[in-house]
Design a protein around this ligand. Structure first.
Ligand code: AMP
Ligand code: MG
Length: 409
């Protein structure tokens, strides 16, 4: 049964998963997915404190005008727990981060006062409530530190630390088995004979699954031979996800589907209306999900990027599992065949998308030359320069070879 891309994605996301969790120290939590919703237990700042080195002031009228004079009745340094109470026209010498006295209404920076003996004179007006960082203005008790299903970034770890959190419950990393079949395939350290090629697909799939946060095992390569493929599959059934490439087409030696079927495979879709990548198949054996990708290297890679990525996001426990896009104009006219949705690899550079000038489903030397792709609807036959496309990044680091002026003016 042939499904559209959207139908295929719906079938993928309708799978119910039982995800395991583990507890890790926050130092080891980077890139993991939180299995907990954490609310702040400590307000930040924890106490009202000074944002400047200066003087905390109190005046009965709440006015602090140039020329007013205050008597300095004490000093508070950062980290000191002093309770100094203030009456009218009294000030406390205070340092950045120090706890401000209860009555203090404002803090004036030291450069805006003149010190005369044990008094200060204001050299400028200052508004009430200036330069005081109020308790809870950064994050208050009960506010969200992290949601369940959110990927843990450096900024989260800093926030955990600021809350005194030492450990966090995260989802276990997905365990992915990669296997490959094809009698023409040799591994890269083997000798090639006439009519043979090196297996390259496996290394794309392993690398990307690792980059996306999985633990990956290369289970092995088999010839186009039913029993050998079945043997590899049997060794992969304890994994969360099996990804294969090759042998799912309609050729005489395409045994992958048969091998899976003979081992109790439940197919969810077995062809997609997509170019390249029509033979892409998805299903499961027991609790193990299975994504069979075509053998053609670009087809395998792009279908991994569309379907495999969503599967991995689900298995990681992410809430945001779907691919998103950036809408930008295409830099030149582009023609495509009608009939299937087509995946076009290319590059987003600054403010436009340029499709690669040369690519085909069987090519290996493609994704190393681009940072993403667009998917063009079956209805479309051409795009004109300046027409908007939805760019889906693959590896998008936003770096530039030369300095570019990134300051908005
Ligand atoms: P298949 O889907 O098995 O019919 O393979 C389609 C094309 O992809 C054939 O030209 C294969 O030689 C090639 N191919 C299959 N598997 C791989 C692989 N792991 N690495 C590189 N090319 C492959
Ligand atoms: Mg083959």
């Amino acid at each position: 049964m042939s499904v559209t891309i959207k139908e295929a994605i719906n079938l993928i996301i309708s799978q119910k998963l039982n995800l395991n969790t583990q507890i890790v120290p926050i130092e080891n939590a980077l890139g993991r997915v939180s299995a907990q919703r954490i609310e702040a237990k400590i307000a930040l700042p924890t106490f009202d404190n000074s944002a400047m080195d200066g003087y905390a002031l109190f005046s009965e009228s709440g006015e602090f005008k140039e020329g007013y004079s205050f008597e300095v009745v004490g000093k508070i340094l950062a980290g000191e727990d002093k309770d100094i109470s203030l009456k009218g026209f009294e000030a406390v010498r205070i340092m950045t981060g120090a706890k401000v006295p209860k009555e203090a209404q404002t803090v004036i920076p030291q450069e805006n006062v003149e010190v005369i003996g044990n008094k200060i004179k204001l050299l400028k007006d200052i508004k009430i409530d200036s330069n005081i960082r109020r308790r809870g203005e950064d994050i208050d008790e009960g506010e969200i530190v992290i949601e369940r299903g959110e990927e843990i970034k450096g900024a989260h770890i800093a926030l955990f630390a600021s809350q005194g959190i030492t450990h966090i419950e995260v989802f276990s990393k997905p365990r992915v088995a990669v296997l490959v079949s094809g009698s023409e395939l040799k591994l890269h350290f083997e000798e090639l004979k006439e009519s043979q090629i090196y297996n390259s697909n496996t290394y794309y799939l392993i690398s990307r699954a690792k980059e996306l946060g999985c633990e990956v095992v290369f289970v092995g390569k088999s010839a186009d031979d039913l029993d050998s493929i079945k043997n590899l599959i049997k060794h992969s059934l304890k994994f969360d996800l099996i990804i294969t490439s090759g042998g799912v087409s309609v050729g005489e030696a395409d045994y992958t589907k048969r091998a899976f079927n003979e081992l109790g495979f439940e197919s969810l879709f077995s062809k997609v209306k997509i170019r390249p990548g029509k033979p892409t198949t998805f299903g499961k054996i027991g609790d193990t999900l299975v994504l069979n990708l075509p053998g053609n290297p670009l087809a395998a890679a792009l279908n991994f990027e569309i379907f495999g990525r969503i599967l991995i996001h689900m298995l990681r426990g992410l809430e945001k599992i779907h691919l998103s896009f950036i809408k930008i104009p295409i830099s030149k006219d582009f023609k495509k065949k009608k009939g299937s949705d087509a995946v076009i690899p290319g590059n987003l550079e600054e403010d436009s998308f340029t499709p690669l000038s040369k690519f085909g489903p069987g090519m290996v030397n493609v994704l190393n030359r681009c940072n993403g792709f667009v998917v063009l609807s079956s209805e479309l036959s051409e795009l004109k320069e300046g027409d908007f496309v939805k760019f889906i990044p693959i590896d998008w680091t936003l770096r530039s070879e030369k300095f570019v002026d990134f300051i908005t003016s």
